[in-house]
Design a protein around this ligand. Structure first.
Ligand SMILES: NC(=O)C1=CN([C@@H]2O[C@H](COP(=O)(O)OP(=O)(O)OC[C@H]3O[C@@H](n4cnc5c(N)ncnc54)[C@H](O)[C@@H]3O)[C@@H](O)[C@H]2O)C=CC1
Ligand SMILES: O=C(CO)COP(=O)(O)O
Length: 333
């Protein structure tokens, strides 16, 4: 049994804590808000995971130092765009020792186009062999119901990946190790943008042929971008790629999918944001992913159209027209 620190008391930070507790670890969660911390210490997190009883192995605090203590693994699960600011305060707690820092986040930083592991390395001063990413088809609500699921633990160092995988292995959660951190992060971030597009199509009343076409071409652009950044294409056809893409694009539980449905039904970005409290990473990351792709000369037409709809006021009808009027091309080019 070991002690693990989790930064972020939202739906995934809390749900992943339940996996870690199920793996036999004592888990301490850092939360920003005292009322959420108090709830977790009383065995619930009603704001993010209603009707879920949390393990007695899970406790929470607003004090980062108390949360880290002698933790062997530190897990980060805050919204991607807030990571840099938060890490500035947490960095002294992460450096040193042989602590593994795990990112659960699925986004790309605006302004820098950095992946979350790159932000952790830069701001947290954590060496690459101690940074891991956990990513896969893992909708928080299904995880807390202990529905069987698999995921990927990616880290440049095999021993660190194995330590994290051992900590999050339970009889319902099966982690696979990987050395491809780039593939895992690109798969996780881009699928949120594709889920927005699929949601928009659904909101417009379009059916399964349309959705399957967006998912498949979404995988093509995810793979093109991943490979340009150095990913192994097999990662993108694995759990952190196609697996998560399917779960997020098809599930009504996905916040990105649901956000897209509301846009497709005619709501504005501001209206949807005012209504939904939880993080839909693709809404911000569509711009940074597009910038990253352009920098590497990679064509990402679906991401480009999602960015047009989200950030430039284009209509969803315009998005469909723009995608279908592109010049014909060979499928595998
Ligand atoms: N919910 C899910 O099913 C899954 C989510 N993820 C990823 O996990 C990451 C975290 O997402 P969720 O927990 O789902 O989001 P969430 O919206 O449920 O929770 C976010 C948490 O961060 C806190 N927060 C918000 N702004 C903050 C700031 N500026 N500084 C510090 N904390 C702040 C919120 O109070 C909340 O506790 C995202 O990158 C998401 O893509 C990954 C797999 C599954
Ligand atoms: O990443 C997820 C499932 O693997 C959760 O997706 P959403 O953030 O869209 O809810």
């Amino acid at each position: 049994m070991s002690h693990i620190a989790v930064f972020g008391a939202g739906s995934w930070g809390t749900a992943f804590s339940t996996i870690l507790a199920g793996g036999g670890n004592d888990v301490r969660i850092w939360g920003r808000r005292q009322e959420v911390v108090d709830q977790i210490n009383a065995g619930v997190n009603e704001d993010y995971l209603p009707q879920t009883r949390l393990s007695e192995r899970i406790s929470a605090s607003t004090d980062p130092e108390e949360v880290v203590g002698d933790a062997e693994i530190v897990v980060l699960s805050v919204p991607s765009q807030s990571l840099r600011d938060n890490l500035t305060g947490w960095a002294p707690l992460l450096a040193g020792g042989d602590r593994v820092v795990v990112s659960l986040m699925k986004g790309v930083e605006l302004g820098t186009t950095k992946r979350m592991s790159e932000v952790i390395a830069e701001v947290g001063q954590v060496p690459t062999e101690r940074i891991a990413v956990v990513s896969g088809p893992n909708l928080a609500r299904e995880i807390v119901q202990q529905q069987p699921a698999a995921s990927v633990v990616a880290c440049a160092d095999v021993a660190s990946a194995e330590r994290v995988a051992a900590a999050c292995s339970t009889d319902y959660f099966r982690p696979y190790t990987s050395a491809d951190i780039v593939g895992a992060e690109v798969g996780g971030a881009v699928k949120n943008v594709i889920a927005l597009a699929v949601g928009m199509a659904e909101g417009m009343g379009l059916g399964d042929n349309t959705k399957a076409s967006i998912i498949t071409r979404g995988l093509a652009e995810t793979t093109r971008l991943g490979v340009a950044l150095g990913a192994d294409p097999r990662t993108l056809s694995g759990l952190a790629g196609v697996g998560d893409l399917i779960a997020t694009c098809m599930s009504p539980l996905s916040r990105n999918h649901a956000f897209g449905v509301s846009l497709g039904q005619g709501m504005t970005v501001e209206q949807v944001q005012a209504e939904k409290r939880q993080t839909a990473e693709g809404v911000k990351s569509c711009a940074s992913i597009l910038e990253l792709a352009r920098h590497h000369g990679v064509d990402v037409p679906i991401t480009e159209q999602v960015n047009n709809a989200v950030n430039h006021g284009h209509s969803v009808q315009n998005m469909v027209r723009a995608l279908l009027s592109r010049a014909r091309k060979h499928e595998t080019d």
